[in-house]
Design a protein around this ligand. Sequence first.
Ligand code: FMN
Length: 328
Amino acid sequence: MNLTTSFGGLTLRNPFIVSSCSLTAHPEKNLEMEKAGAGAIVLKSIFEEEIMAQVGNMDHDPLGISGYDYVSFYQKQHCLDEYCRLIRDTKKVCSIPIIASVNCFTGTEWTVYAKMFQEAGADAIELNVMRIVSDYDYDYGTLEQQHVELLRAVKAVVTIPIIMKLGHSFTNVVPLVSRLRSEGAAAVVLFNKMCPLDFDIEKLSVRSGEALSNGSELSEVLRWTALTSAKLPAMPLLASGGVVDGNAFVKVLLAGATAAEVCSVLYKKGVSAITDMVAELNDWMVRHHCENMEQMRGRLNAAHRQDGDRFERIQFFSNISQAKNELN
Ligand SMILES: Cc1cc2nc3c(=O)[nH]c(=O)nc-3n(C[C@H](O)[C@H](O)[C@H](O)COP(=O)(O)O)c2cc1C
């Protein structure tokens, strides 16, 4: 079967993209993932916040010989150079598209980083832009507008494709994706994963929850991919969250995703999961007589409502009455 997938000027041999995470922070590991069958790789994000924390740890000027400004500039430059080296060294050994990932919190830095990474040879830039806002005096729509302005600013300084990785706490992601498309985004990722939150009820403390997905995340990804793809069929959507096996991989493509960005299963099962999931996709296509990706993409999106309005169904009433019947 022909698994070739194209979007925004990138051509992938198949729609399996290794999502940004610490597994993609080493050129030799990236080569292993290419050999296992990955269609593209998103490198581990560079976090401005992390760089600034390192710079902050140095403000005691231990040797007393250099100005703090010089040392902090050097430290920041060092981190950016390291990331450029990761891009260059990965590009030397891999032939699939390599996507750099940026997460900044000050407006100006996004463009500085993106420009450097294009010059280092990245095939595309993913903007890991997820933010949570809980301000009391927040004006609705501000966050969406910030996404649009950020895309505009980065597009003004780079020519490679820009992918916007979105969080999932929007009221309605469809108009945002539509705006991003008209501003020239190559694709959007639905969705980024927030660092999970948990409480320790004995120590009365707040802690991180389980970081790796178990598949339960898939439902919301299917819902919004299917809804968005029905409304904006020409916009490339990259599904991320809960794609933990070959069946889930097939499902997100049927929902209308152009490709899947996959992470947790690679921590759990290793890179052989890539080979298995791509083979399972191929098997499914053989069984369902799909010769290429276009023949399967979006076949179960929200434009096909033969099974009622399940995509927008919120209440459980039919499930509850069914469960009651089963109990009786
Ligand atoms: C351990 C770990 C590290 C991650 N690091 C990043 C990161 O640096 N940048 C980013 O954009 N997403 C990061 N993510 C989110 C993943 O790229 C992915 O979008 C998310 O985990 C959902 O996919 P999954 O269900 O296949 O894990 C990370 C996820 C995990 C579990």
